[in-house]
Design a protein around this ligand. Structure first.
Ligand SMILES: Nc1ncnc2c1ncn2[C@@H]1O[C@H](COP(=O)(O)OP(=O)(O)O)[C@@H](O)[C@H]1O
Ligand SMILES: [Mg+2]
Length: 361
């Protein structure tokens, strides 16, 4: 077979694969090779029944991936129940999961089935598992190992058949080192890992996602005068770092469309965090090299030894470093945000936004 024919064949195969992935995952938008790899992994993982651990920053689509996995699994006809472990206080979380007998605790005025029972035969999605209190982690481990549990206030053992999909935006290995997460539970959950990359690492997905969100906005709100993006907006989207990932992109698109009320979306409609980000990037704070040398950065050349063999989150590390500079600038200027912003070469609004978002104030 000639080289050209081989190439054509592999392109045809790839196109067939892309069409198949789109058909299998109508709810998951994206053209990047990263998201295609995730979709292929989900297809494989859905076929077996072991626990899954989905990691990724907030808004990267962890819950969407979990629901798709359930939909493709043999448990699809049974429930998919999602529970956010960080949103509920410890005692309520325990009652929510395991259920309780009447009188098990103050306020338990009747017997109640927990989510582990309700999800029997199906799947439970435990979001933000890193925030689950240690005492509950021990109980969850028992459910995973023995497929049994008891309701609060009861001794009778209930057998359960559920698949657990857990998700986390924190680094669980670090949480283990800090004594906040059980290692044995981690290994039980991390049988099949899925790591969702942040949106900034899959730039090819930004435009198709934005167009899809805009189309659904148009269908709902702007049937007579649909909105459309002009080039500057798409460029602004492509350059931005999307700390809130796909959830943030979805909100930005909706907000822009609602404020514009229809027609072209131009750079005037872009939220300030996106325009400021572009400005920050295009005007580096210290362009004079001699000035830059006077900056007392902790001097340390990065070597291969600085890279943990299990990997780490570079963006998280840089964000932590950035936070330290912000705090130093605030303390040097007695909390004067204008001056602190100047010291850091940031726009005031960008600085204020970072302080607010990261609780640094
Ligand atoms: N690839 C994607 N295609 C379409 N919508 C997505 C995609 N990834 C995430 N979303 C949407 O973004 C929002 C956040 O996703 P979610 O799964 O809740 O993120 P996470 O659980 O990681 O915080 C949801 O509205 C979800 O439907
Ligand atoms: Mg979530």
């Amino acid at each position: 077979m000639s080289f050209q024919m081989k190439n054509e064949n592999s392109m045809i195969n790839q196109n067939i694969e892309n069409v198949n992935l789109k058909r299998t995952f109508p709810e998951i938008i994206g053209n990047s090779s990263a998201i295609k790899k995730i979709m292929s992994a989900i297809i494989k993982i859905a076929k077996c029944d072991a626990a899954v651990l989905i990691s990724g920053e907030s808004g990267t689509g962890k819950e969407l991936a979990a629901a798709a996995l359930h939909r493709l699994s043999s448990r699809r006809d049974k429930s998919f129940i999602a529970l956010n472990c960080s949103a509920i206080p410890e005692q309520l979380l325990e009652a929510e999961l395991f259920g309780h007998e009447k009188g098990a605790f103050t306020g338990a005025d009747k017997k109640r089935e927990g989510l582990l029972e309700a999800a029997n035969g199906g799947c439970i999605f435990l979001d933000e598992i890193g925030d689950m209190p240690l005492s509950l982690q021990a109980k969850l481990l028992r459910v995973l190992q023995q497929k049994q549990f008891t309701r609060l206030g009861s001794n009778s053992v209930i057998n359960t058949d559920i698949r657990i999909i857990a998700a986390t935006h924190v680094n669980l290995r670090k949480a283990i080192e800090e004594g906040r997460f059980r290692q044995d539970l981690y290994y039980r959950l991390n049988v099949l890992p899925i790591d969702l990359p942040p949106l900034r690492a899959r730039a090819d997905d930004i435009e198709p996602l934005a167009q899809t969100f805009l189309q659904s906005c148009n269908r709902i709100h702007m049937t007579h005068n649909p909105c459309f993006f002009n080039e500057e907006v798409l460029k602004g989207f492509a350059q931005y770092n999307w700390p809130g990932n796909i959830r943030e992109l979805q909100n930005v698109v909706e907000r822009m469309a609602v404020y514009a009320g229809g027609g072209a979306l131009t750079k005037e409609h872009l939220p300030h965090e996106i325009t400021d980000y572009a400005l920050d990037k295009s005007t580096p704070p210290n362009t004079n090299p001699s000035e830059r040398l006077t900056l007392s950065t902790p001097q340390h050349t990065i070597s291969t030894e600085d890279l943990p063999s299990e990997g780490f989150s570079l963006s998280q590390h840089i964000e932590e470093l950035e936070n330290q500079y912000i705090l130093a600038a605030l303390s040097k200027t007695n909390n004067n945000k204008n001056q602190a912003a100047k010291l850091l070469g940031l726009n005031r609004t960008t600085l204020v936004e970072k302080i607010k978002r990261r609780n640094l104030g």
